[in-house]
Design a protein around this ligand. Structure first.
Ligand SMILES: Cc1cc2nc3c(=O)[nH]c(=O)nc-3n(C[C@H](O)[C@H](O)[C@H](O)COP(=O)(O)OP(=O)(O)OC[C@H]3O[C@@H](n4cnc5c(N)ncnc54)[C@H](O)[C@@H]3O)c2cc1C
Length: 409
């Protein structure tokens, strides 16, 4: 692994720093939470920030120029992400479109469609969502039941998706469906993209424990999708979805929050009965072990960066990052709440004074251990594809989908 940056990379980093310093959004600088979900003012701020990034040449960094991108190298994108720091939270709305739907369109859409749909996605003018998970198809996406049936030049779609982030403000969606129930589950799937305002698409927001509304249930009733909006061959949807899922793990892995800088800062300033929290031996021991983990994560991510710098794709070992960071975030939030004690209970005006960052972290952290692959699924990936251990037992893999015993299909 090479830890040195070239003079060109250093110069690029300085450009990024200078631009961010001159243009950083005031809202975040004051410590406001940019992701209040559903709030129109916040949403407009996010779009405005993205537009600014795009016009300054910092959005769609690694996409080809003809599709609205900047043709930057993967390493330049890494530098941008390292420097972007807390402002990356402002890009959450666009991460699915840019990190997953865009690359899938690039790999499977026709040339005319790429030129039509990708530039407005890069500029943030249009937002995309990922319609994969269903009540019976989450970790096992291939178990999905939303049906698409061919009728002339169109497909008629019926079914339900769930946990669709941003569907309530999305213009387009990437949709995986079952087109043939007579073959094993991975073989009967087909991928489409669709206009989220199509007749028959109903989006129902899900209210979360943290007060936000980031994801939704999406129902399809006789939704018509023209065949030219199919991505990949009929029955090849699983293969297309692998492109999306691989990009999903890379986008999530690039923006891992651990909570360590926040808890370090908090303990450095929190006055307890007998002095600063950071001077307490038990707290120091906790902080030290999290510092070791944070440092391990940093150097694991450098492995991926080294692979990128050699023109390689980061491998399945990238799954380690989310696995470690997810539980660390949860542990840190719980510890910080313990330290806050009774002062951590918000009532009325106190809520406005305190930022409530650890309360919010505690309520949000479990989602990091689920989205983009649960802890158990990531452990399976590491066991099978990194350590070479025997595979998970998959009894229904070669059985036609409509012969898999289940209730209510
Ligand atoms: C914040 C957030 C945003 C999301 N956004 C989207 C989105 O935009 N689009 C989208 O399509 N989906 C989205 N999802 C859904 C997400 O992909 C699924 O929740 C995830 O894949 C898990 O599926 P599930 O919830 O159905 O759980 P299940 O798959 O039902 O899993 C339940 C439990 O069983 C365990 N389990 C399952 N299979 C195995 C196995 N083989 N071995 C061991 N244990 C196993 C799991 O680890 C878990 O603990 C989002 C989820 C979250 C939390």
């Amino acid at each position: 692994m090479d830890f040195t940056w070239t003079p060109e990379q250093d110069a690029y980093r300085m450009d990024v720093r200078r631009w961010l310093e001159a243009n950083r959004p005031q809202a975040l600088a004051r410590g406001e939470d940019p992701e209040a979900g559903g709030d129109d003012a916040v949403w407009q701020r996010l779009k405005a920030w993205h537009k600014k990034l795009y016009h300054a040449g910092w959005a769609g960094l690694t996409w080809p120029k003809e599709y609205g991108g900047r043709g930057a190298t993967p390493i330049q994108r890494v530098i941008w992400q390292q420097e972007e720091g807390p402002y990356s939270a402002l890009g959450g709305t666009f991460i699915i479109g840019h990190g997953m739907c865009g690359p899938t369109m690039m790999a499977f859409a026709g040339e005319e469609q790429k030129r039509k749909y990708l530039p407005p996605l890069a500029s943030g003018e249009k937002v995309w969502c990922q319609l994969f998970s269903e009540p019976a198809g989450g970790s096992d996406v291939a178990g999905l039941r939303t049906r698409a049936e061919k009728k002339g030049d169109d497909w008629i779609v019926n079914g339900q998706k769930i946990w669709t982030s941003g569907a309530h403000y999305s213009d387009y969606g990437l949709l995986i469906t079952r087109t043939d129930p007579n073959v094993p589950k991975h073989k009967g799937l087909t991928m489409f993209f669709l206009d989220m305002k199509s007749p028959g698409v109903e989006v129902r927001p899900i209210k979360q424990a943290n007060g936000m509304q980031e994801f939704n249930e999406v129902y399809f009733t006789d939704v018509v999708i023209p065949d030219h909006q199919r991505l990949g061959a009929v029955g090849d949807g699983w293969n297309v979805s692998l492109t999306t899922l691989m990009n999903e793990r890379m986008s999530i892995g690039a923006r891992l929050a651990t909570g360590f800088p926040e808890v370090f800062d908090f303990c450095s300033n929190l006055m307890m009965d007998d002095g600063l929290a950071i001077d307490d031996r038990a707290t120091r021991s906790k902080l030290a072990s999290w510092a070791v983990k944070a440092s391990g994560l940093k150097y694991t991510s450098y492995r991926a960066i080294s692979a990128l710098s050699k023109g390689e794709r980061p491998g399945p070992e990238n799954s380690i990052g989310k696995l470690v960071a997810g539980s660390m975030l949860q542990d840190i939030a719980m510890y910080a709440m313990d330290l806050e004690g009774a002062a951590g209970v918000f009532t009325g005006e106190a809520e406005e004074v305190a930022r409530g960052q650890f309360q919010q972290m505690l309520l949000s952290s479990p989602s990091m251990r689920i989205a983009g692959g649960t802890d158990e699924i990531l452990r399976n990936i590491i066991a099978e594809r990194v350590l070479g251990l025997p595979g998970d037992i998959r009894v229904d893999k070669d059985v036609p989908f409509n012969k898999i015993p289940t209730k209510g299909r």
